[in-house]
Design a protein around this ligand. Structure first.
Ligand code: NIG
Ligand code: FE
Length: 441
């Protein structure tokens, strides 16, 4: 066995139900998954492949990774639980780094309007769009929003997600933004997922401030942000820099205030037009700049300089029938890490499947399947500032694993639909077991 086995004192049970090995005094692992292939997303080839391998977890972390033939001695004696995966693939648990998953109601009627020719901008200017969800959120109780949001989270998990970011932004006053953030916190407490909350008070100008954007920005900065920071409800702040959102200088003030509170920043930038938001956010060392269909290639060096991840959101591109694509080739050439996310929201991207976003990132934006997988693992971790903890299969990182019934990792981006997820493991514990019917088992 390689020297990677660190001597940790507490061998707490992971609660994994299958106990197949015998426990011995020299037991080293809580769980050992054997006979699998690993897309570690670390190392020299694009997937970081380890074929015919095994992975062990202890105390919620990855304790060993290697080829089966490197497993010295009797593996059953080394682990409280040993699970034979029969050739399945393990990837890091997926990370959805940009969602608006917590809201009330839906906007299927706007979907119908858009299909008849109305644009997203026209609907927003007429008081619909984000504002229709704001009305639904303000009218709903915390419990109602929680009840509507939980099944969306469960759907995300069924597609391999173990960590996700969720933004506020449909309350647009202190009480209602806090209400959304409290729902997000409850979901984090009640589910096995890691959920990173983001404050998006600058999503759009609420009706009571119509025509008074600067006054609303002042409320965001002087009232909402201090209260939300005081309650420690978020780790990051986002904004919507756009004609139907906030100007560049308004957005700058919000990001500056967020940094002054010690919060990370990120930005919806260049989604519908080139407002120069991405380069501005990069100057505040934004974790990520997101959407980017209208990003000018001249602004890419600023993203490199700021160490930003480019988050691609093909669901919004698809639903809005957008034709202008983010400058993927130029981002790739410049070495900007690209993440892929659902943007799950009731308007521009009512999507609960991160695998379908991997597919669309390939078909619509020209990513390779390996880039799409990196987009929901290693690069998404970086977009959340969590690259030291999650996003790759490496010793010492969280044992967040998705186990797939596929023959190659490219299938994860290739197929739409289906239920290839066999197991979802969060911090070493199985949280979803097989979703497929296996006669005889
Ligand atoms: O990422 N662009 C702003 N925010 C969302 C849309 C939210 C909505 O329409 O409800 C987005 O596309
Ligand atoms: Fe968004």
């Amino acid at each position: 066995m390689p020297p990677a086995l660190r001597d940790e004192t507490h061998l707490s049970s992971t609660g994994v139900c299958k106990f197949r090995g015998k426990m011995t005094a020299n037991q080293a692992f809580d769980t050992l998954w054997i006979n699998c292939h690993l897309a570690t997303m670390a190392g020299s080839d694009p997937y970081g492949i380890v074929r015919n391998g095994a992975l062990a977890a202890r105390a919620g972390r990855i304790a060993w990774i290697g080829a089966m033939n490197e497993l010295a001695g009797d593996p059953l004696s080394r682990s409280a639980s040993v699970e034979d995966l029969g050739g399945a693939w393990i990837t890091p648990g997926f990370i959805d780094c940009h969602t608006h998953l917590v809201y009330a109601g839906n906007r299927a009627s706007e979907f119908e309007l858009r299909l008849k020719g109305a644009s997203y901008t026209e609907i927003a200017r007429a008081g619909g769009g984000i504002l229709s969800t704001v009305r639904a959120v303000r009218a709903a109780t915390e419990d109602e929003i929680y009840a509507q949001s939980l099944p969306r989270l469960e759907a995300m998990m069924a597609d391999g997600v173990t960590t996700l970011e969720i933004k506020s932004g449909y309350g647009l006053d202190t009480a209602n933004e806090v209400k959304l953030l409290k729902v997000i916190r409850r979901l984090a407490e009640d589910t096995p997922l890691t959920i990173l909350p983001t404050f998006l008070g600058a999503h759009t100008i609420p009706p009571e401030f119509k025509g008074r954007g600067d006054a609303y920005v002042q409320v965001v900065i002087e009232e909402m942000l201090p209260e939300i920071a005081r309650r420690r409800l978020v780790s990051a702040v986002d904004g919507f820099c756009e004609n139907i959102g906030f100007t560049l200088s308004q957005t700058r003030r919000i990001l500056e205030a967020a940094r002054a509170h010690g919060l990370s920043v990120k930005l919806h930038a260049e989604q519908l037009s080139d407002k120069k938001g991405a380069a501005m956010a990069a100057s505040y060392r934004a974790l990520s700049v997101d959407h980017l269909e209208y990003l000018a290639t001249d602004d890419i060096p600023a993203l490199v300089e700021g160490g930003c991840v480019a988050v691609l959101l093909p669901g919004a591109f698809y639903y809005l029938n957008e034709t202008r694509k983010p400058p993927v080739d130029a981002l790739r050439q410049a070495g900007v890490p690209m993440a892929v996310s659902t943007d799950a929201n009731p308007g521009t991207s009512p999507v609960l499947s991160i695998r379908s976003m991997m597919n669309m990132a390939c078909v619509l934006f020209g990513l390779t399947p390996a880039e799409a997988l990196a987009g929901v693992t290693v690069n998404a971790a970086r977009a959340l500032g969590r690259q030291d903890d999650i996003g790759t299969l490496e010793i010492g990182k969280a044992a967040d694993l998705a186990v797939w019934d596929v023959e190659t990792p490219a299938e994860l981006a290739y197929q739409l639909g289906g239920r290839p997820l066999r197991l979802l493991v969060k911090n070493g514990r199985e949280v979803i077991a097989s979703q497929s019917l296996r006669p005889g088992e």
